[in-house]
Design a protein around this ligand. Structure first.
Ligand SMILES: *Cc1c(COP(=O)(O)O)cnc(C)c1O
Length: 463
């Protein structure tokens, strides 16, 4: 058994045979490879016996925390009854039926049909094909272009990465594919500090209006956006942003897709981020928190109106995945959602652990290294800056200080992620008050350690 291998051997085998995702292969050193062997609640355990607070909930997904035996048992029972059968040819299965009915209760009222895949990325592929097919069925075949935003993350398949607005990803694979355009993001700290937050929010939102007019409403299929951009650096839009987007969308005949892969299932203190911001999407992308990461599953929530058009106009929609409606993945999602409901996890984020952590997290904004601390629900960021008195200044070699701080955080037993020179946080929603205190203490020490290193290197002004 591999589990009997010493860490050094595991690292060698990993380096020899495992092609890691989102990794600089040349830079990843052997002894940096951390082998996670076990996890429980908000705690990870590695092969060297370290206990680490999982401040990223895996990859923004372990909403109910690690090690829930109830989900394990539901999957085991389903696997022994029916491990797999497809949902293509007039067939269905009990878990996919139950999950769909459950999602129709949980999602906003315009939704009552759900299409399944295995990830957020493939769900966005589905959406791209669905919105274009929808407009074909409506007799408006010119409506093909999708407007997305710079620095958005919508996944890593060709469609997902094209919808996303990550310059590095586009550059590596000749993306985006035709028919996808990107407008500005509502990132006040990064791009809008010459205006008030609200002025900037309106300004960024009106890019949507300008872009629709530039390309012609008759050519636009949809606008896709995350309520809060996650991987882009937890970009929490100014309060004025979503109301203005809502106004623009109301006046134009285009579909709105809310990518709820991170914001869905409680992250912002409501079941869905669109509820936090009062938008009314026609489609929602769901994954991650849908099963709390216990098994891979993604889904597209389809509005009654879109479902009606597909139903009434008829004709086959030539799209599906072998694992659409996979019974074991659906069983994991059902068990996860039952836990979330029973333990009132969404309500807890809204009125208990959310405000508790926010208050402490925002206080980290007083640290000399932090230019802005922000958090909504249980998702937040700390912008690191060299000179608190001049917030427009940035570190040279963007990303170096963020990576340094992230490594310090790991060393302090807390997983945070670095985006440019910010630290981001998205812990399991079951975080206790005591664990929140530990988290903030570790984050605070991380800031102190990083500041001390920067001072030693002469990268910040010695006060
Ligand atoms: C993670 C993510 C995706 C992609 O999901 P995968 O399951 O990794 O394919 C899509 N959209 C958003 C907002 C995400 O955070």
């Amino acid at each position: 058994m591999l589990s009997n291998f010493p860490t050094a051997r595991l690292r060698e085998l990993d380096a020899a045979h495992h092609f890691h995702p989102f990794t600089d292969h040349g830079a990843l050193k052997l002894d940096e490879r951390r082998v996670i062997v076990r996890a429980d609640g908000v705690w990870l355990h590695d092969s060297e016996g370290n206990r680490i607070l999982d401040g990223m909930a895996g990859l923004w997904c372990m909403n109910v925390g690690h090690g829930r035996q109830e989900i394990v048992e539901a999957v085991r029972a389903q696997m022994s009854e029916l491990s797999y059968y497809n949902t293509f040819f007039k067939t269905t299965n009990e878990p996919v039926i139950e999950l769909s009915a459950l999602l129709s209760e949980i999602t906003p009222p315009q939704f009552n049909m759900f299409f399944y895949g295995s990830s957020g990325s493939d769900s966005n592929d589905t959406i791209l094909r669905m919105v274009r097919t929808y407009w074909d069925l409506m007799g408006k075949p010119d409506k093909k272009t999708v407007i997305a935003r710079k620095n958005a993350y919508h996944g890593s398949t060709i469609a997902g990465a094209s919808l996303g607005g990550m310059g590095g990803m586009h550059a590596q694979s000749g993306l985006p594919i035709p028919g996808i355009v990107h407008i500005a993001q509502p990132y006040w700290f990064g791009e809008g500090m010459d205006m008030s937050k609200d002025e900037f929010g309106i300004h960024a939102a009106r890019e949507l209006e300008r872009e629709i007019d530039r390309l012609g409403e008759g050519n636009i299929a949809a606008f896709i956006a995350e309520p809060i951009q996650g991987a882009g650096g937890v970009i929490i839009p100014p309060d004025s942003y979503w109301p203005e987007i809502r106004r623009i969308l109301k006046e134009r005949d285009i579909l709105f897709v809310s990518d709820e892969v991170i914001c869905g299932f409680g992250r912002t203190g409501n079941w869905f981020g669109c509820e936090t911001y009062g938008t009314e999407p026609d489609l929602m992308t769901m994954a991650k928190g849908l099963s709390s990461g216990y098994l891979p599953i993604g889904a597209v929530a389809v509005s009654r109106e879109i479902a009606r058009v597909f139903h009434e106009k008829g004709g086959e929609f030539y799209h599906g995945y072998t694992y659409s409606g996979h019974p074991a993945a659906c069983a994991a999602a059902i068990a996860n959602l039952k836990i979330m409901r029973r333990e009132k996890i969404v309500e807890r984020v809204a009125s208990d652990i959310g405000p508790y952590l926010q208050e402490r997290w925002l206080r980290l904004g007083d640290h000399e290294l932090v230019g802005e601390a922000r958090m909504t629900g249980l998702v937040g960021a700390l912008e690191l800056v060299p000179d608190k008195k001049n917030l427009a200044r940035r570190f040279e070699n963007i990303g170096t200080v963020g990576a340094m701080a992230r490594d310090n955080s790991f060393a302090n037993g807390l997983v945070m992620r670095a985006v440019r020179d910010s630290l981001i946080l998205s812990p399991p929603l079951v975080l206790s008050h005591e664990e929140a205190d530990i988290l903030v203490e570790k984050a605070s020490k991380t800031l102190d350690d990083t500041w001390a290193m920067l001072k030693k290197q002469g990268l910040v002004s010695p006060e």
